[in-house]
Ligand binder design. Structure first.
Ligand code: FES
Length: 126
């Protein structure tokens, strides 16, 4: 029986576009209440994707695509310095305490990164 909610993958970027601890790739999305972005990064060899919304005030985290701390070990909000674990999205410092980023379903295969949108977070045209 076909799945009524069949998944439609989005090709985010080439695998090589995400460097370890480097700049993220942003994709325009809607979260059901308005337009924002999702972002994708590489950490310890794996790719991760999150809704680009800080758990503190709800603004985008990055400054011009930069999501990592200088050390490359945490994601950091450019607004007030909240920090998140790159592999779980859990807040580990700053004003986002007990919050977390909304994780997206991401896969890397065949030299590319794919996102499978689910729920209210869906891609929108540029
Ligand atoms: S909005 Fe991100 S730390 Fe305040």
């Amino acid at each position: 029986m076909p799945n009524a909610c069949s998944d439609t993958e989005i090709r985010v970027c080439a695998a090589g576009d995400l460097a370890e601890g480097g700049l993220g790739v942003k994709v325009p999305v809607t979260d059901g209440s308005g337009r924002t972005t999702a972002f994708f990064v590489r950490y310890q060899g794996r790719v991760y994707g999150y809704l680009n919304r800080c758990a503190h005030v709800g603004v985008e985290l990055d400054w011009e695509g930069s999501f990592f701390t200088r050390a490359g070990d945490l994601l950091m909000c450019a607004r007030h310095g909240a920090t998140y674990q790159p592999d779980t999205g859990l807040c580990v410092g700053g004003p986002c305490k007990n919050g977390r980023l909304v994780a997206l379903q991401v896969q890397e295969r065949d030299e590319a990164v794919y996102w499978t949108p689910a729920g209210k977070i869906q891609p929108v045209a540029d």
